[in-house]
Write a protein that binds this ligand. Structure first.
Ligand code: UDP
Length: 456
């Protein structure tokens, strides 16, 4: 059998992420998991993303499509960006599928980011399987779905919000795009539009695991073909087999790997890791309070401050804390969270960071900024009991004393015992979910069987 024929019999998925870090990472990790299971993967990156990130290596091929902004979108607002992406992307995705077919690498399934809901329409026009890949939790998907269907009315008028399968939510727990949709009109449409065309999808993947969100996942699965397939955190981190090759393909930011050496020199669970992900822009005052809180604890800390945020650090802070702290512009976060020296994670509770911390057993101090982060923070504290949510003051700033209180809560003394016990529990359950025969692995196998049954 020549190569061409061999490839023909291997199911082939085209994976299309929305080009932001928090969406690329889980879709890429999922792609790698599928690839290990014998699926051929082509990742469709926008031309600009391809040009501005590290080149790709390994078993996954990358092809490009256009979002209409090949030189970057600079200050283009979300609405016109999405409209242009839909217009140009529909055409260029279709051309890519034709090109792959004509070159003997036909695609069987398009796994698309529902921020690009037109992609499933393209997939169906080409007679392919369509799979949506949701990068938020089942709980947050369910809130958005209820708003989309008009079952949860906005603006929210009640003090407590009831959504089936979730604990009662206070207004401040609801995703910011829903609670305050007027301030984020484009984002409000974007998160609701994820459900546009979703009935055309044959699979609806969620980067979560069943044991974490049983009730709400069961409810969503009655409406849509929902399958939890996460955490997408690579097994090498879940199992602490850290000797395998690591790669950070399609990383928009360049990680400063030397922080791993610095961690090596720290004792078990002694370091506070601080990161607010790829997008958060903290108030100057918040940065200052956080910095002073870290200094007051007198503990070691590794803080990711993106270069665009650096100027907000208090003057001489770096110099004054150099014995205790290391500030980097980006780090290999999975490797950091999997390191034994990390004792706590001060996080904005982006869904990837939350799930990574849950699956790697790191207690959290939640300081949510926007989007679904406040909902994730609520669940971290009250449902999964994996951390504490810091209380902001009347100006919506988390002060230095509060930072110190929260760090002590999760890292020291009796109060944090439950959190630390749960950290072990969730880590174990996450690993089991993706291990052979686990809940997520079974869902992935079911998907693979479908693809194998239709592959020519
Ligand atoms: N991340 C990383 N290095 C850093 C900070 C973040 O690799 O220094 C990764 C992190 O592991 C996660 C993603 O970037 O996979 C951030 O996604 P998340 O949903 O947590 O937040 P967002 O950036 O979307 O706000």
């Amino acid at each position: 059998m020549d190569n061409r024929e061999e490839n023909r019999h291997k199911p082939h998925c085209l994976v299309l992420p929305f080009p932001i870090q928090g969406h690329i990472n889980p879709m890429l990790q999922f792609s790698k998991r599928l690839s290990h299971k014998g699926i051929r993967i082509t990742l469709a990156a926008t031309k600009h993303l391809f040009k501005t990130t590290q080149q790709f290596s390994g078993s996954i091929s990358v092809e490009t499509i256009s979002d209409g902004f090949d030189e970057g979108k600079a200050d283009v607002d979300l609405d016109p960006y999405l409209a242009r992406f839909e217009q140009v992307g529909t055409e260029t995705l279709s051309e890519l599928l034709d090109k792959l077919r004509d070159s003997g690498r036909p695609v069987d399934c398009v796994i698309y980011d529902p921020f690009l809901p037109w992609a499933v329409v393209v997939a169906k026009k080409h007679g392919l399987v369509g799979a949506a890949f949701f990068t938020q939790s089942s709980s947050v998907n369910s809130i958005y779905y209820n708003v989309y269907k008009g079952q949860l009315k906005v603006p929210l008028l009640d003090k407590e919000i009831a959504v089936a399968g979730l604990p009662l939510l206070e207004i401040s727990d609801v995703p910011s795009f829903v609670r305050d949709q007027d301030s984020h009109p484009g984002s409000f449409e974007l998160v609701l539009n994820q459900f546009r065309n979703v009935e055309e999808a044959d699979f609806v993947f969620v980067n979560s695991f069943y044991e974490l969100e049983e009730e709400v996942t069961d409810l969503m699965a009655k409406i849509l073909p929902v399958k939890t397939i996460g955490p997408t955190t690579p097994s090498m981190y879940l199992d602490k087999r850290l000797t395998e090759d690591k790669d950070y393909d399609l990383s928009i930011f360049k990680p400063v790997n030397s922080c791993m050496k610095w961690l090596e020199e720290r004792t078990n669970k002694s370091v506070i890791y601080v990161s607010f992900g790829s997008m958060a822009k903290l108030e100057g005052e918040q940065m200052e309070e956080l910095a002073l809180g870290l200094k007051m604890t007198n503990k070691y800390f590794l803080w990711v401050v993106r270069s665009s945020e650096e100027s907000k650090l208090p003057k001489s802070f770096v110099q004054e804390t150099q014995e205790k702290g290391l500030i980097v512009s980006w780090c290999p976060q999975l490797e950091v969270l999997a390191h034994d020296a990390i004792g706590c994670f001060i996080t904005h509770c982006g869904w990837n960071s939350t799930l990574e911390a849950l699956s790697l057993g790191v207690p959290m101090v939640a300081v949510p900024w926007w989007s679904d982060q406040s909902t994730n923070a609520k669940l971290v504290m009250d449902v999964w009991k994996m951390g504490i949510r810091a209380r902001p003051d009347v100006k919506d700033i988390v002060g230095r004393e509060e930072i110190v209180r929260c760090i002590k809560h999760v890292m020291e003394g009796e109060e944090g015992n439950e959190v630390r016990k749960n950290a072990k529990k969730w880590r174990e359950l996450a690993r089991k979910a993706v291990d052979e025969g686990g809940s997520s692995d079974r869902n992935i196998q079911e998907f693979l069987s479908t693809l194998e049954s239709i592959a020519p």
